[in-house]
Design a protein around this ligand. Structure first.
Ligand SMILES: Cc1cc2nc3c(=O)[nH]c(=O)nc-3n(C[C@H](O)[C@H](O)[C@H](O)COP(=O)(O)O)c2cc1C
Length: 268
């Protein structure tokens, strides 16, 4: 199959999913006549658009695991993707804790709109809530494996038959899904007096949860606890509510620090 366009899409408030997806897309950049296009689903406006893909396109999609599922806002965006028997590579990132059903969910959501996953990867990344967990990942070893996976996808596309069906791709995870979509968490984002109103967090928030007139005012019913505002704040004024967050961070997550999970790559 001759690919003319490679479209790489990701939702990545912390940047690790973006790095992973770009590493896969980069392997296609040296192919003559192939155009690369980026869709950054972290941006609210990009998620509202209808994205259409043709039969000679390849979609590379990367989403993080949020409590065993893909982020709800990303799932909504996928419902505005339209393919024409378009092949896809699906990539789930997770913070070295537990991989749930994000690959299964991506496969299901895309297949409904005529986009057919032909390959999948579960890549271990630094955990948003504890940087010691999966620290620095994807690291050099992961990157080598990611590039080798992308080369295999390239080879697989060469011999992909027109009748290819996404059922041939077996991905980790269960259906019915084992977790419910993550809505809210037992902690909130708080803003300390160190905030000097630089306003950087406002456009950074992927869900527009921060009041454009007052960055200390955050709508917790909209906030997805992705940590993007904590990362961008130059004054370290943003944090998660101390007690319940510390319980998760220093309890469950801390116990997993010494167990290195390895990425998984599957070609259908
Ligand atoms: C709300 C939320 C829920 C998460 N749930 C899980 C999880 O269930 N298992 C896991 O291993 N990592 C989990 N993580 C960690 C992320 O999957 C991981 O850090 C991912 O790399 C974040 O992607 P990003 O850097 O592109 O934003 C979670 C992170 C957040 C913010």
């Amino acid at each position: 199959m001759k690919i003319q366009n490679v479209i790489y899409a990701y939702f990545s408030p912390g940047g690790t999913t973006e790095t992973t997806v770009k590493a896969v897309a980069d392997v296609f950049s040296d192919q003559e006549g192939v155009k690369l296009t980026e869709i950054n689903l972290t941006v609210w406006e990009e998620r509202q658009k209808l994205h259409t893909f043709g039969e000679n396109d390849l979609l590379i999609l990367g989403l993080p695991d949020y409590g065993g599922r893909i982020p709800t806002v990303a799932a909504e965006a996928l419902r505005r993707f339209r393919g024409q028997h378009t092949p896809a590579v699906i990539i789930a990132t997770y913070g070295n804790a537990h991989l749930g059903d994000p690959l299964m969910e991506m496969k299901k959501e895309l297949s409904l709109n005529s986009i057919m996953p032909i390959a999948a990867a579960a890549v271990v990344t630094e955990h948003t809530y504890l940087s010691d967990l999966g620290k620095g990942r994807p690291d050099a070893e992961d990157m080598m494996k990611i590039r080798s996976f992308a080369e295999k996808v390239k080879a697989r596309l060469e011999c992909l038959s027109a009748s290819y069906n996404a059922d041939s791709l077996r991905v980790p995870g269960a259906y019915p899904y084992q977790s419910a979509p993550l809505r809210g968490m037992p902690f909130k984002v708080e803003t300390s007096d160190a905030c000097f109103y630089c306003m950087l967090c406002i456009p950074t928030c992927p869900v527009k949860a921060i009041d454009p007139g007052d960055p200390k005012n955050i709508d917790s019913s909209v906030c997805i606890r992705c940590g993007a505002c904590l990362k961008v704040c130059p004054a370290t004024a943003k944090s998660f509510t101390e007690e319940p967050f510390k319980e998760l961070q220093e309890g469950y997550l801390r116990t997993l620090v010494d167990v290195r999970q390895e990425p998984v790559f599957i070609i259908g």
